[in-house]
Write a protein that binds this ligand. Structure first.
Ligand SMILES: *[C@@H]1O[C@H](CO)[C@@H](O)[C@H](O)[C@H]1NC(C)=O
Ligand SMILES: *[C@@H]1O[C@H](CO)[C@@H](O)[C@H](O)[C@H]1NC(C)=O
Ligand SMILES: *[C@@H]1O[C@H](CO)[C@@H](O)[C@H](O)[C@H]1NC(C)=O
Ligand SMILES: *[C@@H]1O[C@H](CO)[C@@H](O)[C@H](O)[C@H]1NC(C)=O
Length: 382
């Protein structure tokens, strides 16, 4: 954070001057006797505690300068360089003061939490504070400070259905950012928010507003590293509800893409997903059917995510029931042909990858259901 460093010319020699590195990186050398401004306060606060030596040297510089005398010199035509140097020192010290006045990230977090805690804050204020938190919580250290500042409960409370959809979604997003690749945070969140957090994320993912729903899905996906949270997701009917969204043609493809990725991530964790699919009314067949419906030239990104999910599902032993009566083999063959056709003559690496993915997913499913001679193409294994 300290972007302004003071380097003193020391080393047994008489001090010749103060070399200052300006915030823009420019070095400025200032003769000690030219320091004509009151720097005590600013430097005392700017210098880290353990740099007592620097403080001593600066104090020496100050005690050897006589402001009145320097002013007189300036007025009576002291050298132009001396006046310029003095101006530079002043700018430098102002920079120190400004730095001191800028709040730290912890202070900004406290401020945001206070706005969120305050009953009189309106939605606009809460959304602003949540947006600030979304940025502030990106560094893992800040995320792990949130509970120390009493912020986890405050943000988790905003997931409740007595808040507006926008606030709930903003809270889900902020918690998702903090939970991203951060196991300790997820543990804290579980401790302070309990199962309600995941249950609310599922509700937010079902919101009509696509942006809000996407935030709910984002937060949800960030919690899936935790077995407890996955347990709550499955236990509260989350899988069936997300499947409902995936199957609903009125829902935006942006949401379909996120759910396809979520299913792919969950399926990648192994048999748990297949076991949970087996508990659904159609034992997972509707999941395979919906993913298959999303295999379309119309949206390669969605097709890619759906194929990854199908590949991971097919990689789990016991998943064959989910593929019963499915036309996924036909659709994959068709999609492979479409990717090949679109790619003809341009050798686009993305389309080539999609072609290979379609091919390998098809082989994986054939291998699982054992219906046809499997064409092993393990080189393109996911
Ligand atoms: C850096 O800042 C100093 C003082 O603020 C100024 O005199 C100098 O011209 C600046 N240098 C650059 C390269 O901007
Ligand atoms: C809550 O916000 C209002 C209006 O912004 C402010 O006047 C009040 O001091 C705040 N209360 C607390 C406890 O921070
Ligand atoms: C929402 O309800 C919870 C308890 O169910 C309460 O703690 C919270 O203050 C309420 N929030 C708002 C904004 O009314
Ligand atoms: C599909 O989504 C729309 C829009 O959210 C909703 O109104 C409709 O009830 C959903 N259909 C089903 C079958 O869930």
């Amino acid at each position: 954070m300290v972007f302004l460093v003071l380097v003193l010319a020391i080393g047994g020699l008489a001090m010749e001057g103060v070399q200052m590195i300006m915030p823009n990186g420019t070095r400025v050398v200032v003769a000690a006797e030219d320091i004509a401004v009151d720097v005590t306060d600013a430097t005392e606060r700017a210098l880290p505690e353990d740099e007592g030596e620097l403080k001593n040297l600066l104090n020496w510089a100050i005690s050897h300068s006589d402001p009145e005398e320097l002013k007189r010199q300036a007025a009576s035509g002291a050298s132009k360089e001396a006046v310029e140097r003095r101006q530079q020192v002043q700018e430098c010290l102002q920079a120190i003061k400004r730095m001191q006045e800028e709040p730290t990230e912890a202070e900004l977090m406290i401020e945001a939490i206070e706005v969120l805690r305050n009953d009189t804050s309106d939605d606009a204020a809460k959304l602003g504070a949540l947006q600030a938190l979304q940025i502030l919580l990106e560094p893992i250290d800040n995320a792990n400070d949130l509970h120390k500042l009493g912020g986890i409960e405050v943000v988790a409370n905003l997931l409740e259905d007595n808040c507006s959809d926008a606030v709930r979604a903003g809270a889900a997003f902020a918690l998702g950012v903090a939970a991203s690749s951060n196991e300790p945070f997820i543990v804290e969140l579980q401790e302070h928010g309990g199962d309600d957090v995941m249950i609310h994320f599922v509700e937010i993912a079902e919101m009509d507003d696509t942006g809000a729903a996407a935030k709910g899905l984002y937060g949800m996906s960030k919690l899936m590293d935790s077995a407890d949270q996955r347990g709550t997701f499955y236990g509260s009917g989350g899988l069936e509800r997300m499947q409902g969204l995936l199957a609903n043609a009125s829902i935006s493809d942006r949401i379909h893409r996120k759910i396809s990725s979520l299913f792919g991530d969950l399926a990648m964790r192994g048999e748990e997903f297949v076991e949970q699919m087996g508990k659904l009314p159609e034992k997972g067949r509707e999941i395979v059917r919906s993913l298959t419906q999303h295999l379309s030239q119309r949206d390669w990104d969605l097709s890619e995510r759906a194929m990854h999910a199908l590949h991971h599902i097919a990689s789990a032993p016991g998943a064959q029931h989910a593929f019963e009566g499915s036309d996924v083999d036909k659709r994959l063959a068709q999609l492979e042909g479409e990717a090949k056709g679109e790619n003809a003559g341009q050798s686009d690496s993305y389309l080539s990858d999609l072609q290979a993915l379609a091919h390998n997913t098809r082989a994986k499913i054939q291998e699982l259901v054992g219906g046809r001679a499997s064409q092993h193409t393990e080189d393109g294994e996911l």
